[in-house]
Structures are given as C-alpha cells and as structure tokens.
Design a protein around this ligand. Structure first.
Ligand code: FES
Length: 251
C-alpha cells in the first residue's frame, strides 16, 4: 500500500559554531512519506543540501530507537516535538498535516552550549552523574529477583526512575532550565534500592551541588519537565529528591 505523501516547510536554526551568531533558515520538502521518521526527514534535507554543495544540518542521533537519549531538538516550541512520550527519533511525519510549517531549534539552556545548528553540548548532565549518580560499592553477582527483599511497588518506582535516558528535554522545557527532573530520577532510583544506601546522603548533596555549579536553574514547580519527558518521568521524584537533600543536609 502506498504511504500518504506530505509537504513540509521547515525553519531550522543554523549556527556555524558556538561563537557564531545563529539564525533561522527556511527549507521546503515535498512528497515526503508520512511513514518517515522526523530524523529521516532531516536526512532527506541533508542529502539535498549536500548535492547542492551546501552544509548539511548538524543534529545529534544514535540509536534512533528512543533508548540512548542522543537525539533532541525543539519542534514548534516543544522539546522532542508534539507527541507525548516520544523522542524525536521516534516521532513520525504521520503526526503532521500536509503543508505544516515546523520551526526546529536546539535545546536551549545556559548549561547546554550550542555546538553547531541543532547539536548542543549536554556533557554537563554527565558531570552531574559523575558527582554521585552511581554505586561504587561491590554489589556482587546478580541475585535471583525473588531473593531481594524489596517490595514490588518500590522496585517498580525505581525502575520508573531508571527509565530516564538523560536527553535533556526536561532542561529545555523548564523556564528556569533546571535539571531537577533528571537529577531526581537518578537520586530516586538509587535511594529506593539497597545498593544505593551507602552513598545515599552524599549522592543527594553532591548531585544537587554539581547541578547548581554547572548553571542549571531551580525548580519552581512549573511541571513543564514532566510534560516534555519522553519517558514519562514523574515530578514525584523531585519531591523525593527534596526530601533526600533535606535529610542529608540536616544530617
Ligand atoms: S537517537 Fe537514541 S533516543 Fe533518539
């Protein structure tokens, strides 16, 4: 069966390097398959630009399966585009109408430097993880699931938090460019599990401290992060992070 064809006009942020001034450039693409993914659409555009001797649009991607967290751009004001719970690589053109005009720009935050076009440096998120988002105790071999004394509901909550792919959409969506949802997912995940207990207090203090140092803003309960998260991370984890931080600071 022939797939539906659509025409899309694009307005894409082009920026040569971190120091160069950027601007929006307009492009038109005709006869695109509605089954095409958003990134495949950018591939089509880049093929055309390359054939025309122009610089292709730089954008991040890797797995294209919604699991690595590499892709990301703001489409018509929404990080990862208009489909809830969907990464940019899993967004398909069938969700757009023929003739739609899409404005595509990079994730913008003080802690995310624009490297080129839609590519931003999100290594600040890695630095927060390095400050405490890990378990350094020897946890031994993987035991049978039914021998671990954790209530199933708690294990489920930890797994929900572990679904964070660190894409940075929460930061891009937040008016304060806060990384609280990202940090809270990591802190929450490990605070709920026995393996995370030895470093529990230091983790909360160090990760929040690192977040502040790197220039991320504060949470003011806008809930934009939760709405933009492609993995449905709940702001209940932010409440847990606040409790973890307070207890650690008092201790
Ligand atoms: S490219 Fe891996 S999540 Fe999109």
């Amino acid at each position: 069966m022939q797939s539906r064809k659509i025409n899309i006009s694009l307005e894409i942020w082009r920026q040569e390097n971190p120091e160069a001034p950027g601007s929006f450039q307009r492009y038109s693409l005709a006869g695109l398959s509605a089954d095409m993914s958003f990134l495949e659409m950018l591939d089509v555009l880049n093929e055309r630009l390359t054939l025309e001797g122009q610089e292709p649009v730089a954008f991040d991607h890797d797995c294209r399966e919604g699991i690595c967290g590499m892709c990301g751009a703001v489409v018509n004001g929404q990080p990862h585009g208009p489909e809830p719970g969907t990464t940019l690589c899993q967004l398909h053109l069938r969700h757009f109408k023929d003739g739609d005009h899409l404005v595509i720009e990079p994730f913008r935050a003080r802690a995310f430097r624009i490297e080129k076009d839609l590519v931003v440096d999100r290594s600040s998120l890695d630095q927060i993880i390095q400050a405490g988002g890990y378990v350094s105790v020897n946890t031994g071999g993987a035991p049978d699931a039914n021998t671990i004394a954790i209530p199933q509901q708690t294990a489920e909550q930890a797994m929900d938090a572990a679904a964070c792919i660190g894409c940075g959409a929460c930061v891009a969506a937040c008016p304060n460019a806060s990384a609280m949802l990202f940090v809270s997912a990591r802190v929450s995940q490990l605070a709920l599990l026995p393996q995370g207990q030895p470093e529990r207090r230091l983790r909360a203090l160090n990760m929040v401290g690192s977040m502040d140092e790197l220039g991320f803003g504060n949470c003011s309960n806008e809930r934009e992060c939760e709405a933009a998260c492609p993995k449905g991370i709940s702001i209940r984890h932010i409440a847990r992070l606040n409790r973890e931080f307070l207890k650690a600071a008092l201790f």
